[in-house]
Design a protein around this ligand. Structure first.
Ligand code: NAD
Length: 329
């Protein structure tokens, strides 16, 4: 039986990954500073621990592991990443997790590690035109991410590649593009755009309105979590290190995304575009490399993922009533 460690197993993607690995017959150890808020926590062994602490890394990284999946990071949506208020913790916390895990993997002889990087590491200058962003893997340099979160991801990608070169650890690096889906953060300030829009629409009254940050013309692509997990597994089984994009190529403006969710809700809701943190003007996955190297790329239509997510979030809101009875301001 193969053994895996999932770091960040109490989080959104980590929780789904644990389930997938178990369904493939793996024994899975999970580690996180917190439990999964939505009960998606089924690891064979789940350790509450802070990976910034080298002693915790030493405890969870054992020599019997076949694989490590490193998803632990101090992260959130635009409201967390782009305000500047969390920059020092984002840099400090995530780098420490990566340093500690890699060092322990070297000591314990764990051969293969997956690292979750982000499309936020791509240079801002290639993402100024909402209709024509450039995010091919080879466009990463000269580096100019628009957030410290992106700089940390870029640094850590390089860190993993150095351990591959100098210590024989097989690194597998993916750059995720806006992953969303059920069991993801949907409130509290760390939620990302798709979940935030679903929540706002679900909570709005028929005939009401929702706020969308920016002019709504900024573009993104959003990938349902199941496809992300499929990509992680395929990359891990391949002999390609990456970095490689794992994202959707179905680009959409934020206002059109909101209209898609509103359409699903069956309500009549208008959109107010207000000032707020928005990030780059345009971003879309470029899936040529993943298709070439893995013979596969995500294919699920956005609408399918949005349906799953919208109904799940609407259900969460129902469960939390009457706390959420009032329509959001
Ligand atoms: P998440 O916040 O749900 O999961 C990250 C988990 O890491 C959280 O549960 C958190 O508690 C844990 N963590 C943070 N600091 C820790 C520490 N010091 N010790 C132990 N655990 C710690 O986020 P997610 O959406 O599941 O993202 C997983 C990974 O994918 C992250 O590295 C993130 O940067 C990356 N990523 C995600 C997206 C996306 O759209 N969701 C996009 C690009 C990259």
């Amino acid at each position: 039986m193969k053994k895996a460690l999932v770091c960040g197993a109490g989080g959104f993607i980590g929780g789904h990954l644990v389930n997938r690995l178990q369904s493939e017959g793996y024994w899975v150890r999970g580690v996180d500073i917190k439990h999964n808020e939505y009960g998606n926590e089924h690891a064979d062994e789940f350790i509450i621990g802070d990976l910034r602490d080298p002693l915790v890394a030493a405890k969870v990284v054992t020599s019997d592991l076949d694989e490590i999946y490193q998803l632990a990071a101090d992260m959130g949506g635009a409201g967390f990443v782009f305000t500047g208020e969390n920059d020092a913790s984002i840099m400090h916390n995530s780098v420490l997790c990566n340093l500690n895990i890699l060092e322990e993997a070297k000591h314990k002889g764990v051969k293969r590690i997956f690292y979750s990087s982000s499309a936020c590491m791509y240079p801002e200058y290639n993402q100024m035109d909402p209709d024509n962003p450039k995010c091919s893997e080879d466009s990463a340099y000269p580096a100019a991410p628009d957030s410290e979160y992106g700089w940390e991801k870029l640094f850590s990608e390089r860190l993993y590649l150095t351990y591959q070169r100098n210590h024989g650890i097989e690194a597998r690096i993916a750059r995720f593009h806006n992953i969303f889906g059920p069991q993801g953060t949907w409130e509290g300030g760390r939620e990302k755009a798709p979940a935030a829009v679903c929540r706002k629409v679900a909570m709005a009254e028929d005939g009401g309105s929702i706020d969308i940050w920016g002019d709504g013309k900024q573009t993104r692509s959003f990938l349902i979590v199941d496809e992300c997990i499929e990509g992680i597994r395929r990359l891990m089984q391949s002999d390609f290190s990456g970095p490689v994009n794992i994202g959707s190529e179905e680009m959409i403006s934020l206002n059109d995304f909101a209209r898609m969710v509103i359409g699903l809700s069956g309500k009549t809701i208008s959109i107010n575009n207000i000032t707020g943190p928005t990030g780059v003007r345009g971003r879309n996955s470029d899936n040529r490399l993943i298709q070439e190297k893995l013979g596969w790329a995500p294919a699920t239509p956005l609408r399918v993922g949005v349906e799953k997510t919208y109904y799940w979030i609407a259900e969460q809101i129902q469960k939390k009533a009457p706390e959420h009875e009032l329509v959001e301001a």
